[in-house]
Design a protein around this ligand. Sequence first.
Ligand SMILES: Cc1cc2nc3c(=O)[nH]c(=O)nc-3n(C[C@H](O)[C@H](O)[C@H](O)COP(=O)(O)OP(=O)(O)OC[C@H]3O[C@@H](n4cnc5c(N)ncnc54)[C@H](O)[C@@H]3O)c2cc1C
Ligand code: SF4
Length: 338
Amino acid sequence: MAVIRDVMPSFQLLQPTSVDDAQKLLQQHGGDAWVLGGGLDSFDWLKDRIKRPKAVVDLSGIEELRGIRETSDGLEIGAMTTLTEVVRSPIVKQKYGLLSQAAELVASPQIRHQGTLGGNVSQDARCWYYRAGWPCYRAGGNICYADTPVGHNREHAILHAERCVAVNPSDTAPALVALDAKFVVRTPKGERIVDAEDYFVGPDIDITRMTILQPGSLLAAIRIPPTWAGAQFYFEKVRDRNVWDFPLLNVASAMFVSGGSIDRIRIAVNAAAARPLRLKAVEDSVRGKPANAATGEMAGKLSVEGAVPLTFNAYKIPLMRNLVKRAIGGVQEAAWAS
Ligand SMILES: Cc1cc2nc3c(=O)[nH]c(=O)nc-3n(C[C@H](O)[C@H](O)[C@H](O)COP(=O)(O)OP(=O)(O)OC[C@H]3O[C@@H](n4cnc5c(N)ncnc54)[C@H](O)[C@@H]3O)c2cc1C
Ligand code: SF4
């Protein structure tokens, strides 16, 4: 169980100033090392003594991991760039406004000032049992406390659950999936570039991780290709409070419409499963159809096929149906109760 203390436990704090040095340190310490971004997720784990790394590799002194650069092939955002910097970037706003919108809805101004884009997409599951140190599947045990008739599962998954029903709570992740972003991962074997949607893993692949990152690896940057620059974007997040709160569900879409019909589209949701879900079947079904409420209605229904509610989260099914409907049909009214 969690022991909540104000003070940090002791660990070796390592503060490299280059990615190469950070990698060497991560490899040297293997599974005993912890990568530190902005610390908003990390510090909870450490102070509560739920995760007990021997060494913490702080990336904040590595200049090459910061900043937003235009390249010949789009945009590159360093993993240690803060969410506020992403929100305020004129080029992100102008070309990839979907990401600005998503980043601006994360938590609160204080958290966005300190939290990094790399940390936001790499954050761990927000399940109260797991975070309180209960020995569940995700923590290496053999039970899920949330998936029981009286378990607290209002925020949990409706799709692709397997033993663990926790969700990925990132707001920027679905926007990056919709923008077809590429994640630059530094592994002990060299640099690896993966599609945004392949950066995340569900419990069917590895129940103890949210991303493909293994000990010794780090996320260096996120690249956004020009493919979706200037598209018609839609981002909507539903949460209990209008500030300082995780999504109950969110949706992100990028769409090119010509002559009233959907030409190209990418759409993703998060907080519905343990990883952001790209809705490929929805994309395929709406291509060539008018971008209107009827198409949105059809897409919304398709998006929730196979959804399985837990005791307290059945509301997520009509919610997701309606978020997808609005993302495609552009219907703005709050109609998720229908
Ligand atoms: C009260 C509260 C409310 C929040 N609300 C929201 C919300 O509404 N929406 C939302 O999306 N998020 C929310 N968050 C999450 C927050 O926005 C941060 O994005 C998140 O906590 C992690 O970012 P960080 O930079 O602080 O990273 P850290 O906490 O330092 O790291 C998070 C995880 O990622 C790993 N990591 C960090 N950077 C890297 C890297 N470059 N390479 C490899 N691994 C890395 C760390 O090891 C750690 O496991 C909230 C957090 C809090 C505390
Ligand atoms: S939902 Fe996942 S993280 Fe939460 S108790 Fe169940 S196994 Fe653990």
